[in-house]
Design a protein around this ligand. Sequence first.
Ligand SMILES: C[S@@+](CC[C@H](N)C(=O)[O-])C[C@H]1O[C@@H](n2cnc3c(N)ncnc32)[C@H](O)[C@@H]1O
Length: 247
Amino acid sequence: MPVLATIKDVLIHLIDPWAFMAVSFSHIPATIRGLIHDRNYRALFSFTGFREALFGTFWATVGPDVKTNGEQRVIPLLEGRVKGGVIHDDIVSTPVYGTVIEVGAGSGMWADVFARFRENANNTDNADGLRNRKTTGGHITKIYGVEPNPISAKALEKRVKDLGMDDIYTVVPVGIESVDDPSAWNGKIEPGSVDCIVGILCLCSIPEPEKNIKLLYKLLKPGGHWYVYEHVKVWRGGLLLSLYQRK
Ligand SMILES: C[S@@+](CC[C@H](N)C(=O)[O-])C[C@H]1O[C@@H](n2cnc3c(N)ncnc32)[C@H](O)[C@@H]1O
């Protein structure tokens, strides 16, 4: 029985990355249709543009499942119930508050969660995943959703509007490397002006992470907080995943 279980584990680990890529490739026709519909021929005939569009289409399908899996950790993290990587019943650190940057916001998958933390949000109803308490402790007053993928940024814009968050949520349609550059987008995030940074499964997509993490850090006020929920290196992922994740 243990031998059978090991064989099954190995097979799953071998097949998983290919299945994931197959799901991604299966979005190619929808991506082409979307770009033709939007008359975005520049992206259609450019490798980078098409890759971005494919990722945006792919994540719109895969993202909700990833979010469902992540909620049990991300919500306590934002509620200030995580310390030393352990989830607690009570608040043990600082809940997300004030002016927030959501890095790599994607199509706004987490915007509904942020809505529950906004100032004066009514959190007494037992919304999915949130505990039935009067307040989560966090009071968000302003969010910058940084998202350079044009397909995702457009979806994010719509999602924020649908949730009635557009009064406090600004979509920043550039990479984090350009958020303080007013010539790159219609605004500027000043260094030392942000209370909290939230990054959910995005550091794997961001180029030059070491440089850009330093850049983001400079945007935080002294004593600000950074909430990170990321992919990490698997330690029982099989040969393919180890190769894929090698430095
Ligand atoms: C795996 S997705 C996660 C999206 C979202 N956080 C979620 O959980 O649904 C990573 C995101 O990072 C974005 N990204 C890529 N390069 C970036 C950059 N330079 N600055 C900010 N975000 C970036 C991608 O466009 C993508 O939307």
